[in-house]
Write a protein that binds this ligand. Structure first.
Ligand SMILES: NC(=O)C1=CN([C@@H]2O[C@H](COP(=O)(O)OP(=O)(O)OC[C@H]3O[C@@H](n4cnc5c(N)ncnc54)[C@H](O)[C@@H]3O)[C@@H](O)[C@H]2O)C=CC1
Ligand SMILES: [Mg+2]
Length: 354
């Protein structure tokens, strides 16, 4: 039975081995001790690349590149699957030479991760080059992110979302908001600096709280006028400056549907790239022992109502395509599984049925 870390050869104390066995986590624990796991090494390597420009410049020569065109990711359809091609530095050079562009372009790329073997991954937006030429050359197409996220697998969709968010942030932070002078990105793209003022800008996300309100046996779902027909989701709202998550949740529920939250518990969080990089903080909330009549804010919402368990379970199974009825009305359906709203609704169903 191996009881040594693969990297430092330190043996594990017996108590740790026993604990690992009992937690059924033995396989992983036996290969790496905590400070030498693949994950830790990977995170430390990425951190070094962010801090060290020359190391990162060197990494660009052995890295792989995900391409975007005006923030739309490049996808290739192989049989029924959509894949995200990763180009080597040599392939990038070949493409850029075709456009008589220099390799200086590579410097515009941003670091978005690395493999377990420390092959760094970069994202690069080729928006200034002719889209159709790149598509023909690489046999694929630049696809709107709203479509791309829902046709690739789950890991790829979160990678695409964060890569696009970082590229978007750089595109819109090219000037210092204090001096108006151009800002310069570090090689990894983890920050931009204004050399005139000395201000460093870091990529940002806007925190949004998403709240699935329940009265114990029903849950509250709502529609904004801009939603596709028939789609309902949980309430949500941006955090005001200085607010805690709990305060935002209480305020948004009061503002949007006129109810008071009695208790609130955290579920999970998700980066969401629309409209531009939100950190979605998902919570369940209970409103009980008070008036349960909804007083909807019609400036923000088109409809808000209570849904029973059965209606929610049917809505979860319904495809948007099959929501339209013969009379032109739409049956309710909910956001797809990639959206954290879906997870909240699923969790609520589990709570009700367990
Ligand atoms: N991933 C998911 O499951 C879901 C994601 N969302 C996302 O949550 C976000 C916020 O939801 P809403 O209910 O519309 O928010 P909201 O209820 O706070 O209303 C939006 C309004 O807030 C104002 N606002 C305040 N701070 C803002 C900021 N930093 N950026 C943009 N607008 C700001 C603007 O006037 C805007 O029109 C949306 O971008 C939406 O895409 C919403 C529901 C589900
Ligand atoms: Mg809202």
């Amino acid at each position: 039975m191996p009881a040594f870390c693969r990297f430092c050869r330190d043996s594990f104390p017996l108590v740790l081995i026993m604990a690992a066995i009992y937690q059924a986590a033995y396989r992983r624990a036996a290969l790496f001790c905590r400070s030498h796991s693949t994950y830790v090494k990977k995170m430390r390597y990425l951190n070094k690349l962010k801090e060290d420009d020359s190391l990162c410049r060197q990494a660009q020569t052995s890295g792989t590149f995900y391409l975007f065109h005006n923030l739309s990711p490049f996808l290739r359809k192989v049989e029924e699957k959509y894949l995200i091609p990763q180009l080597s530095a040599a392939e990038m050079k070949r493409i850029l030479e075709k456009f008589k562009e220099t390799e200086q372009w590579i410097e515009k790329s941003v670091l978005i991760g690395c493999s377990d073997e420390h092959v760094p991954h970069f994202a690069l937006d080729l928006g200034a080059l002719e889209r159709s030429v790149i598509e023909a050359e690489l046999k694929g197409s630049f696809t709107d992110l709203r479509k791309a996220l829902f046709v690739v697998d789950e890991d790829s969709s979160s990678l695409l979302a964060s890569a696009q968010a970082l590229l978007r942030w750089h595109d819109s932070h090219q000037y210092c908001s204090k001096t108006g002078q151009p800002t310069q990105k570090n090689v990894a793209g983890s920050k931009r600096v204004c050399h005139a003022s000395g201000i460093t800008y870091y990529p940002q996300m806007s925190p949004v709280v998403i709240i699935l309100v329940s009265d114990g046996s029903r849950c509250l779902l709502a529609r904004q006028p801009s939603f596709p027909q028939g789609m309902y989701t949980a309430l949500s709202g941006f955090c005001d400056i200085g607010e805690a998550v709990e305060e935002t949740a209480r305020r948004e529920v009061a503002e949007e549907v006129g109810l008071e939250v009695e208790s609130l518990w955290y579920s999970a969080s998700q980066h969401w790239p629309f409209p531009s990089s939100c950190l979605m903080i998902a919570c369940h909330a209970l409103v009980r022992g008070q008036q349960l009549e909804i007083s909807m804010n019609s400036l923000e919402l088109e409809e808000a109502r209570w849904f029973g368990l059965e209606e929610v379970m049917e809505g979860l199974k319904r495809e948007p395509k099959s929501a339209k009825q013969d009379n032109g009305n739409f049956l309710p359906w909910f956001p797809p599984k990639q959206a954290i709203a879906h997870q909240l609704i699923n969790e609520w169903v589990k709570q009700q049925t367990s």
